[in-house]
Every structure is written in C-alpha cells, then in structure tokens.
Write a protein that binds this ligand. Structure first.
Ligand SMILES: *Cc1c(COP(=O)(O)O)cnc(C)c1O
Length: 390
C-alpha cells in the first residue's frame, strides 16, 4: 500500500543530514558539556555551533538563544517567566483566541493561579488579528503581547512585523510562538521587533523534544527549570547535546533552502487546494489564501465528521489530521475554527493536510484520486446530507 504523510504540522521526518550530524554525539562526543575534559569540550563545541546556527537563522546573537525541550516549554517559560519577572510593572497579557494550547492553557492557568488578566483578541474570518487590535488592547499595566507567527491548524500568517512595531512603540514586550513558521517564512527578530520567540526542532525536520527560545538582550527571563547553571542559569539540566546539534543543522538547512522550498511547496499546496475545490462540492478553504504557510491545506467539508474522513484516508495509507493533533481524540471542535466564526457543525468536518519538502506531485495526485469518492461515500451515509437524493 502507498504511504503518504501529510501531517507535517504535527511533526516531520528527521532529515538524513541531521541524523548524520547527531550520531557522533551519541557515540564519540558523549561527554557532559559542563565537565572539564576532551569529551566535554567536543560536546560544548557542538552546542556552540548549534547556538550560532539558530541565532543566524533569526538574525539574533548566540547569547540571545536558550535551548529548551521544545515549543511547549518555550511558551511556558516566556508566559510564566515574564508574568513573574515583570509583576511590579503589571499583570496584563494580550494574546489571540487562536493560539496553540501551550499558550492558551498556560495563560488560563496563570489567570486562575496568579490573578493575571488576559485579553484574548478575536480574529477575523481568516484567523488573523490586526496590529490595530493589539494597540487598542494595550493598557498601562500590559507587560506582554504573545501572538503566534503562523497558525498550526489553518496556516494563517499573522502581521507580525506590524504587531512588533506597535509593541515597540508602546514599550511592551512582544513574544511570538514561531513553531510553525521557522523554516517556512523568513524571520528577522530585529526587523520585526520581536523580543521573545519560541521554536521547536521537530517541526522543521529536526529531532523531537528539543527547541530554542530567543530572548532579546536586556529582557529579564527567570528559569522555569531550576538546578544547575546551564544555559546561563536560564534552563537547568544536562543539555540534550545530540538533539541540539541536530536542531542546529536542521535550521541552517531549512533557512538556506527556504526560497527554493517555498516555491515548490506553494505549487503543490495550490495544486491540492484547486484539485479539491474542482472535485468536491460544498467545501470551504479555511484560512487565508495568500497569507498562508506554504505547506498548509485546511478545508471544511460539510455534512461529515473530520474523524471519519481520517479513518478512511488512513485505510488508504494517507496520514492527515482534523484540527490539531492535541484536539483529535476529543469531540470538541477546533477552538481556532470556532474563533474564525465557523459553526460547530461545519468546524467538525475539517480536514488538515500539511506538506513537507518530501511531498511529491504524485502523492498530491493520489490524494486527489482517493479523497473525492471517500467524501461521496460518507456523505451518502450522512443524515445531514440531502444533496445526493434531491
Ligand atoms: C507544535 C506546536 C507547539 C508545541 O511544540 P512542541 O515542541 O511539540 O512542544 C507550540 N506551538 C505551535 C504553534 C505548534 O505548532
């Protein structure tokens, strides 16, 4: 059976070059980078190189990069850390209704536990907030704006540079969860006035369980994980050296190939979008047509459940997702689609297909061949659907 992986927003295949770069750090340079010997020095050199690679990818300096255990940890570290370090300045944070749960659930916890005040900005029909909305929400006690770079479900890219400009003008710190954007969209923390940025290696063909946080020089950010003095006392624990080395190589390659990959991926994405629109009646593209990640396709397919489409696709070797991986398994419709104004019924019938550099035109054509009859069959069984009979 064919195997087609179109769930790259959930995680990606690790690149061969990344694996090769990691291997010696398991078997040869396995010293603890904090120790004082040859094995340790080699490991520490690996960390230094990766720090420089991550910094270069963002137009940051190596001193501004903190290695983390992934995107969720980075988001937690920023939200919990800024709330604590800046509590004298205020206790108000601005975010959007469509953030990843790593941001939303953390802020909800801070509201309950520490009396933090949070503004959840509504989004437009494409899933965007505007810089004007952010500006209107800023109060004298606002300490942080946290708006994602690009949405993991519908692929919508936020006006990050404009939001950054507003935050800078009002002297409010700006964090962006860029987990979906890194390697897909050019990022420049200086030009975009970003003060804090979280990223995660496994979303750009690096290993899982490792990420990085950009922390602008001068921003006070206490450790979330305390213990030893690693990462300039910002993140205790022996470093995941092979993982970090792999992330460095993955981000360098992703950024070097960005322009070329974007072109190829947008072409495949648009082939899938127009192919589905031509072959399947009563479907609606979720998210923005142009302000969209090159690898994201998300449709609402009326009258049927996303989960039943997934099961049928899986039987044909196609890996996809409905909404986000975190919400699948529960019957709640996606908070992102609801925030964009979709009804519960329509939000339930959503299908997300996310591409990668490994996706081929043949795979897209296979999906376009398999998917329409699946949807026809499911609709024929749906009590909500009258189209076939009338
Ligand atoms: C995947 C993802 C995260 C979580 O990253 P992990 O490394 O899996 O913890 C956070 N935010 C966004 C937008 C994501 O897509």
């Amino acid at each position: 059976m064919k195997k087609v992986y179109l769930d790259n927003a959930a995680t990606t295949r690790v690149r061969d070059e990344v694996i090769s770069a990691m291997l010696p750090y398991f078997t040869e340079y396995y010293g603890n980078p904090s120790s004082l010997h040859l094995f340790a020095r080699e490991a520490a050199k690996g960390l230094d190189a990766a720090r420089a690679q991550v910094a270069a990818a963002l137009n940051a300096t190596p001193q501004e990069i903190v290695f983390t255990g992934g995107g969720s940890e980075g988001d937690n570290m920023v939200l919990r850390g800024i709330a604590r370090a800046y509590q004298k300045q205020g206790a108000h944070i601005i975010t959007s209704a469509v953030e990843h749960h790593a941001v939303l659930h953390t802020l909800e916890a801070l509201e309950k536990e520490q009396g933090l005040s949070v503004t959840y900005l509504p989004v437009d029909e494409y899933g965007r907030v505007s810089a004007a909305q952010v500006e209107q929400a800023i109060r004298p006690d606002t300490i942080l704006v946290s708006i994602m770079f690009a949405n993991n479900e519908v692929g919508t890219i936020m006006p990050v540079e404009e939001i950054g400009r507003v935050c800078r003008a009002h002297k409010v710190l700006f964090h962006t969860d860029a987990v979906q954007a890194v390697g897909h969209v050019p990022i420049d923390v200086e030009a975009m006035h970003i003060d804090l940025l979280s990223l995660s290696a496994h979303k750009f063909h690096g290993p899982k369980g490792v990420g990085a946080l950009y922390v602008r020089k001068g921003v006070r950010l206490p450790a979330l994980i305390t213990g030893g003095g690693q990462e300039r006392k910002k993140r205790a624990g022996t470093e995941n050296v092979p993982g970090i080395v792999g992330m460095g190589v993955a981000i360098e390659l992703a950024v070097a190939e960005l322009a070329e990959n974007t072109k190829a991926m947008c072409a495949l994405r648009d082939r899938l979008i127009s192919g589905m629109e031509a072959r399947i009646p009563e479907i609606k593209l979720n998210g923005h047509r142009s302000q969209r990640l090159p690898n994201n396709v998300n449709f609402s397919i009326r009258y049927i459940e996303g989960e039943s489409i997934l099961l049928m696709l899986d039987l044909n070797g196609i890996a996809a997702s409905s909404g986000s991986a975190c919400t699948s398994g529960s019957l709640d419709p996606s908070h992102v689609l609801l925030a964009m104004g979709l009804t519960h019924e329509v939000a339930h019938g959503s299908l997300r297909l996310t591409l990668s550099r490994y996706t081929t035109p043949e795979e897209i054509d296979y999906v376009l061949e398999i998917l329409p009859p699946i949807i026809e069959k499911l609709r024929a069984m749906s009590p909500l659907y009258q189209g076939g009979q009338n």
